[in-house]
Design a protein around this ligand. Sequence first.
Ligand SMILES: C[S@@+](CC[C@H](N)C(=O)[O-])C[C@H]1O[C@@H](n2cnc3c(N)ncnc32)[C@H](O)[C@@H]1O
Length: 259
Amino acid sequence: MTGTALPFPPLPMRQLVGPTEESFFDNPTGEPALPDIDARYFEHVFDFGCGCGRVARRMIQQRVPPRTYLGIDIHRGMVEWCQRHLTSHAPSFRFEHFDAYNVGFNPQGSRSPQRFPATDGAYTLVNAWSVFTHILEPDVAHYLQEVRRVMTGDAMFLSTWFLTEKVYFPMMQEFQNALYINTNDPTNAVIFDRDWVRRSFAAAGLRLTAITPPRVRGFAWILIASSRPDASEVDFPLDEAPFGVKRPPLTERPPTEIR
Ligand SMILES: C[S@@+](CC[C@H](N)C(=O)[O-])C[C@H]1O[C@@H](n2cnc3c(N)ncnc32)[C@H](O)[C@@H]1O
């Protein structure tokens, strides 16, 4: 760590990833930065869709920070901010641009889903907070396989998802398992059939060990999965949260212009 204070990402970048309050990016008590995961898993962290370093910043502040951390994101400006302002404080925290296409965040990126820039079996914890909520159905199986590929044989995977039950949508074909809310940018929010998500985890070799329902009904569920084939699986609890409004940021203004 250098002597200067750890900076917060600029407000326009915080606005791209969700809640903007500095407290959301801060970890003054030094606790493990992600909920419900044993501290021993925080040794080698892969952060898929790291944004402007919200989780990375909180992990740098942990009493016991990860020994290695790699964050990847499709938004070049946010990755460059993290490289310049977080790696300079914590050299074991690395950030790489991930060149997958997104209409707002990476319009020049590759249209096919990309391989993670990470070696097999290197990470004890994979984080994808608020990322599979923005991945299209055809890409999910590939990215879950990539998640499993980079995990050790006893590693945890934390991710958040918008979930529903397909039984409420009789018009959906057998091969359709996701709902989209924005025709300009279908990645704005993707809502998946929860049983399809469970089957997709299983197909990738991931077992769901903890499921936290949303705080606002219909919003993001936290799914924790293990790479251990003998891990006990859990069922989906009911979503009994109060109704409310939680709108994801729009990408109508080209966010790549924000540096
Ligand atoms: C709502 S933000 C969350 C950022 C960060 N995980 C956090 O918790 O603050 C979603 C992030 O996922 C990134 N993202 C979306 N699709 C991606 C993809 N296919 N590969 C990598 N990152 C992606 C976006 O660029 C954005 O930074």
